[in-house]
Ligand binder design. Structure first.
Ligand code: UFG
Length: 328
C-alpha cells in the first residue's frame, strides 16, 4: 500500500515525505513543480504533472496501489489570492475536485488535507478551536474552506473519509539541514527575518505596530514543520484505523509578536537585524493562536519542537547553509 502525496515537493509536503520515509512507507508524489523543488524530495517516486489532468492522474492511480492521499498541492499566497482569485479557485478548488473524482473512480477512500488558520478569518475567540466561526478574509482561505466542504460531501456520497489539518504558522526546517523553506517570492516572517540576518535584505519591514497587543505588533502561533509532518502521519494512521472524518487545528497554543520573533532571531543568529516599522498589511488579524486540544486528545499529537528559539534555530541552520535556497 502506498501513500500519494500531492504537492510533495513543497515546504510542508517535503518534510512530510521525509517523515513517511523514516517510517518505511511507500511514497508516491505528484507535483507540477510550479512552486515545488525536486531537490526537496528525500525519496519516493515522483510524477511531474497537474491534478487537473485526468489522464495523468489515471496513470498515477493505475500504476500504484494507493490507499491514502495527503493533499498539499495548492497555491498559498494570501496577497496573490486577492489579486488573482480565479487562479486560486482553478488550481485549489477545481484541482481538488479532479483529485476527489479520481480517488473515487480508483477506489482510494482516505485523504488527509492541508488546511489553514485562514479558514477562520478574524477570530471571535482566542485561542481558536475547531467549532469557531469560519469566515475567511481572503480568497486563499475561502478556497481552502471550499475544499474542506467538498470533502465533506464526497465523504457522505462516496465514503471518502478525510482529516483536515488547519495549520497556524508553519516554520523551521528538517533537523538534518537537508530540506527547508524556499518560496519564491518569500512572504513569511521568519525566512524574511533570516534573509535580513544574512544581509540579503537591508531590513525587515514590520507591518504595523499599532495593533491592540502588548507591543503593538501582530501575534502568531508558530509551529515546527516537522511537528506538522508528524500530525499528517498520525492522521493517515487514524483513517487507516477506520476513523470517521474530522478537522484539527495544529499550533502550539502560544503566540509570539513580530517584535519577539525578530528579537529571538537576533539572539539565535548573533546578527544585527534592522527592523523598520511600516503600515499594516491588509487583512492581517491582530492575534491568531490555536487551541490544538482536539489534535492532542484525538490524534495523539505531541509537538516536540515547540519553543520558538528551537524553531528559529532549525530555520537558521537551513538558511545559513542554503542562502539561495535549493541548488538547481
Ligand atoms: N510580517 C511582517 N513583515 C513581513 C512579513 C510578515 O511584519 O515581512 C508579519 C505579518 O504582518 C504577520 C506576521 O508577520 O503579522 C506573520 O506573517 P506571515 O506572512 O509569516 O504569516 P501569516 O500569519 O500572514 O500567514 C499564515 C500562513 C498563511 C495563512 C495565514 C492565516 O502562512 O498560509 O497564516 O492568516 F493563510
Amino acid at each position: 500500500m502506498a501513500v500519494l502525496v500531492t504537492g510533495g515537493a513543497g515546504y510542508i509536503g517535503s518534510h512530510t515525505i521525509a517523515a513517511l520515509q523514516e517510517r518505511g512507507e511507500e511514497v508516491i508524489i505528484v507535483d507540477n513543480l510550479q512552486q515545488g523543488h525536486k531537490e526537496a524530495l528525500l525519496g519516493g517516486k515522483l510524477y511531474v504533472g497537474d491534478l487537473r489532468d485526468g489522464e495523468f492522474l489515471d496513470v498515477v492511480f493505475k500504476e500504484n496501489d494507493i490507499d491514502a492521499v495527503i493533499h498539499f498541492a495548492a497555491n498559498s499566497l494570501v496577497g496573490e489570492s486577492m489579486k488573482l482569485p480565479g487562479k486560486y479557485y482553478h488550481n485549489n478548488v477545481y484541482g481538488t475536485l479532479c483529485l476527489l473524482e479520481k480517488m473515487n473512480e480508483h477506489g482510494t477512500r482516505k485523504i488527509v488535507f492541508s488546511s489553514t488558520a485562514a479558514t477562520y478569518g478574524e477570530p471571535e475567540n482566542v485561542p481558536i478551536d475547531e467549532f469557531d466561526r469560519t469566515l475567511p478574509t481572503n480568497a486563499y482561505g475561502e478556497t481552502k474552506l471550499a475544499m474542506e466542504k467538498m470533502m465533506k460531501w464526497f465523504d457522505s456520497a462516496h465514503g471518502i473519509s478525510y482529516i483536515s489539518l488547519r495549520y497556524f504558522n508553519a516554520a523551521g526546517a528538517h533537523e538534518s539541514g537537508r530540506i527547508g523553506e524556499d518560496h519564491s517570492p518569500e512572504t513569511h516572517l521568519i525566512p524574511i527575518v533570516l534573509e535580513a540576518a544574512l544581509g540579503k535584505r537591508p531590513h525587515i519591514s514590520v507591518f504595523g505596530d499599532d495593533y491592540s497587543t502588548a507591543d503593538g505588533t501582530c501575534i502568531r502561533d508558530y509551529v515546527h514543520v516537522s511537528d506538522l509532518a508528524d500530525a499528517h502521519i498520525l492522521a493517515v494512521d487514524k483513517l487507516r484505523g477506520g476513523s470517521s472524518s474530522s478537522i484539527y487545528n495544529l499550533g502550539n497554543g502560544r503566540g509570539y509578536s513580530v517584535k519577539e520573533v525578530i528579537d529571538i532571531a537576533r539572539s539565535v543568529t548573533g546578527r544585527d537585524i534592522k527592523a523598520v516599522i511600516e503600515p499594516r498589511r491588509e487583512g492581517d488579524p491582530a492575534v491568531l493562536v490555536a487551541s490544538s486540544e482536539r489534535a492532542r486528545n484525538e490524534l495523539g499529537w505531541k509537538p516536540s519542537r515547540s519553543g520558538l528559539e528551537d524553531i528559529i534555530k532549525s530555520a537558521w541552520k537551513w538558511h545559513e547553509a542554503n542562502p539561495n535556497g535549493y541548488q538547481k
